[in-house]
Structure formats: C-alpha cells, structure tokens
Design a protein around this ligand. Sequence first.
Ligand code: 13P
Ligand code: SF4
Length: 353
Amino acid sequence: MAVKEARAPEPSPSQTEQEAQRLSDRGLAGLGWRDEEVERAARLTWKINVLKKETRAVIPAHVYQRAEVLIGVADFVADSYKLAKLCAQSRAERVIFCGVRFMAETAKVLSPEKEVLLPAPEAGCSLSESISAAQVRELKRRHPGAPVATYINTSAAVKAESDVIVTSANAPKILRKLYEKNETVIFVPDRMMGLNLARELGKAPGKELIVWDGSCLVHDNFDAASVEFYRKMYPGVKILAHFECSPGLTSVVDFVGGTGDMMKFVDEHRAPSYMLITECGLGDLARTRFPDKAFVPMCRLCPHMKATDLSRVLRALERPAASQRVEVPAFLRERARRPIERMFELAEDAGAA
Ligand code: 13P
Ligand code: SF4
C-alpha cells in the first residue's frame, strides 16, 4: 500500500487559545493540568484533528489511554468489546488505534481493507505475551473436544486457534452458553479472570474450567487485605474491581466487571465516593465524566497503554513509520475472524443467560 503523507498546518495563536479552552472545559483543567501544559497539548490536538478530517481517519481509544488523547482527539472511547465493534462498523479508511497491539490487530482482522496504524508499535500486553498459538494447540490436544474461549487480550495467532473470543464485558454470558453443550471449557490466558469465572459459574478450576497461567501486570498486583481498611477510612465508598484482579480481591468488593460496566456502575449509583481498582486512566476518565462525584485514588499505570502520546498520534497521521502499520497475514485473518464474530453473535444473543 502506498505510504500516504500529509502535513498539518500550524494553528494560529487564537486557534491554539480556543483549542486550549476546549481541552480545559472537557476536563484537563479538572485533572489539574497547568495552562502551559494544556496549551502545548492544544497545539498538537488541533493539528491532529485537522489531519484526521483531511485523511478520512478515525481515532478509537481505549479508556486507559492518556487523558489528552481521550479528551482531545478520540472519536470513540470505549472498552475492548465496543472498540472492536465500532472499528468494524466505521466507514473510515484509516484507523489510528490508540490502545495496544491486540486491539489494533483485532481491528485489522475485522476490516482488512482499512489502513490500521498503531501510534506506539511496542505497546503490547502482558496477558497477550503469556501464551502462544502452539501452547493453545497443546491444551486442545490434552483436553480433546473442550472448546477454547480466549480473552480478547491475545495475538491474532492465538485467536486463530480459538473457538470463541470473550472480553470482560461478556465472558460469563458466553461461557454459560458453552457449558450448555460441554462439560469442560478451556479459558486462556488470564488465570485471575479464569478463577473469577469459575467461581461465578460454579465450575471446578482445573477440571471443568481449564485455565492458563497468564496475568495482567496491572491487575495482578492489587491487595485484598487493605479493602476493609479503606471501607473504614471512606464510609460508604463503593469499591469496584476489574475482572482481571485476583479472586481474593474480587470476593470483597462491591462490583466486579470490565471497564465499560465499571463506568456504568458509577453512572447509575449514588454513593459518597467510588474506588476504581484498575488502570489509572479509568479514574481520570471518570473524573472528567462525573465531575460532581468523588473518587478515592487506587490504581496502577499500564506502561503499554500509556505509550501512546499526542506526538506519536500526529506522526501516524502525517508520516506513518513502517513499524506503526498493523498487518495480519491473510491466512491468520480468516481464522481469527471466525471466533471474534462468534463472540458478537453470542454476546448479543438475547436468549443467552
Ligand atoms: P476492558 O475490556 O474491560 O476494557 O479491559 C481491557 C484491558 O486491557 C484490561 O486490562
Ligand atoms: Fe494488558 Fe493489563 Fe495493560 Fe490491559 S492493563 S493492556 S491487560 S497489561
């Protein structure tokens, strides 16, 4: 494919001022950004937004991305499930994916005709890196006939070996569906999420639910022991934890789910304060979306998610480096696509529990 090059004009001082005001109003001021920092970001977001239109690009962004990316340039901000759907539905010719590699690969698998660019090409995921296609094949050999439900945080090669993909927004529903016809299900690669699912579905880990030993470097590290202490310190606090946290922790919090459902919970409840035990980006986004609600900080940064900054987004739009271009070989695309589409069918099947 021919490399498209484009160059954004420089914003005038009044355009920069207006853009800085927009960023402040949309939440950067509330997150404590200083005027000069907002102005520096505004010069970049202005250029990105001009080029985005000119090159018919769309910018999807995962909720863990930096606030200036979410507020300044993203066309849609969502969890892994919705990002996959929205990218497939988008009519844009170019996708500048502000997220990590497995997400951009999923977009390419679903829309091979689009040019998919990952501004931070090194942005991986500790879960995705924990399992290979050969290891999935070996699991299938050891558990013949058991369907493989694979978390979306995996490479296209691993997806290609799977029966169905799941995300934290739909894993319980899809696994329930699989158990209607199977006694044993293989779930890869997140061990913590696997154990959470086994408990929720009443299945024996290692027997009825075969789990892999991968973990998320962010969620694996939160400590269940301090939850009671925080409850005393912040009376009435609602504590929410991501599905990737340990079962010890998820058994003592008020809500367990993916990022989309955590945000929905905050939106739908009235509590004195909320603690979002997950990557820090979700708390920042919640503070900008719900400025009247109080949040107790408890988060860790994902180095992969934070690798995307505005200058790399601009580079991807102006003069994409070869390493920013996401390609998935055709033979893998076809095989990876089927289990992703099966997820869409099962997740949206009103008949499924
Ligand atoms: P969500 O699907 O809940 O957005 O999670 C993605 C992720 O990477 C969690 O660490
Ligand atoms: Fe992967 Fe964890 Fe980072 Fe999500 S937060 S991208 S699961 S390493």
